[in-house]
Design a protein around this ligand. Structure first.
Ligand SMILES: NC(=O)c1ccc[n+]([C@@H]2O[C@H](COP(=O)([O-])OP(=O)(O)OC[C@H]3O[C@@H](n4cnc5c(N)ncnc54)[C@H](OP(=O)(O)O)[C@@H]3O)[C@@H](O)[C@H]2O)c1
Length: 278
């Protein structure tokens, strides 16, 4: 899938190809857990890993990539600027360099502001820092996470390059039509985090019925739904058989059940939701 950054005159800049499916590595804090999960994922065909400074495992992602022997250029690595570090221009440069060091990589494919900086005054200088990282080639693409429609709209006042991605919680129980529309209108793609609502909805009765009719697992239905809605989709698992099960969702045809899946919407937030903050 192609991602790019819209400029004020409507041109696309710094385009990059992103695999639409990847492994999320949040809550893999035991030593070796992230490394083993990434190694298994790369073995079964994953090419995109979504980490963050706050997950504390950028180093394990980097080590697993090296150990796998897979060519770095055939992989896509996303990481994020921690919210507490999103306080100014210089801080962004410093923390981007730190992430490169922890990953032990020459570049990051996609660098995201993890959530709207808490002080609205910091949002413009932080984004200018992100743009500098892009121009220097430290990162190949920049985006945001947990930005609501109003946060994206405000970026038009200060951005030279609009974000190419907005990563938010998205799944059958939280479909976010307003955020999706605002994200796409800004030339960005929606990136779906918590496609399984952090595992809280894998046992949902409605989902189980749909899965039974389709002859696949409930998790596969939820993951494929996010994917078929056009989102970059990054389920997390530290369990090798589920890591495999999750990528196999890409082979499942859910088209006959799209209406039934859409009807699961219930505005369910499984974790945090800074998108509605001022
Ligand atoms: N930008 C943000 O603010 C933000 C916030 C949250 C998440 N994220 C990103 O999005 C990724 C995914 O979201 P998430 O980790 O919150 O939750 P998720 O992917 O919705 O769900 C993960 C949970 O579901 C379980 N699970 C995974 N596959 C399963 C399967 N096939 N059957 C049954 N259970 C399964 C996992 O347990 P096991 O590990 O035991 O399989 C884990 O408990 C994160 O890892 C992170 O990279 C970003």
């Amino acid at each position: 899938m192609r991602i790019s950054h819209l400029t004020p005159d409507g041109q696309e800049a710094y385009s990059h190809e992103v695999p639409q499916f990847g492994l999320g590595v949040f809550l893999m804090s035991e030593e070796g857990e992230c490394r083993n999960s990434v190694l298994h994922a790369l073995k079964v065909g994953y090419t995109h890993i979504d980490t963050a400074r706050v997950y504390g495992n950028e180093d394990e992602v980097g080590k697993a990539v090296k150990e796998s022997g897979v060519d770095r250029d055939s992989l896509f690595i996303t990481t994020k600027l921690r919210r507490g570090h999103a306080t100014g221009y210089d801080e962004v440069l410093e923390h981007c360099q730190k992430s490169l060091e922890l990953l032990d990589m020459d570049y990051i494919d996609l660098y995201l502001v993890h959530a709207p900086p808490e002080d609205p005054e910091h949002r413009s200088p932080v984004w200018k820092g992100m743009e500098y990282c892009l121009e220097q080639g430290w990162v190949k693409a920049i985006g945001v996470s947990n930005y609501g429609a109003a946060h994206i709209e405000a970026m038009k006042e200060y951005a030279t390059y609009m974000p190419c991605v907005n990563q938010v919680e998205f799944n059958p129980w939280l479909q976010r039509p307003d955020i999706k529309k605002a994200t796409e209108a800004a030339g960005a793609r929606l990136m779906a985090y918590s496609p399984l609502a952090r595992g809280q909805k894998v046992d949902d009765a409605g989902l189980a019925e749909i899965a039974e009719r389709l002859g696949c697992t409930p998790a596969q239905v939820a993951i494929k739904f996010c994917y078929d809605e056009g989102c970059i989709t990054i389920p997390k698992s530290s369990n090798p058989s589920r890591i495999t099960e999750n990528i196999q969702s890409l082979d499942v045809d859910i088209s006959s059940e799209m209406d039934a899946i859409r009807a699961l919407e219930c505005n369910y937030v499984s974790g945090w939701d800074p998108t509605s903050e001022p």
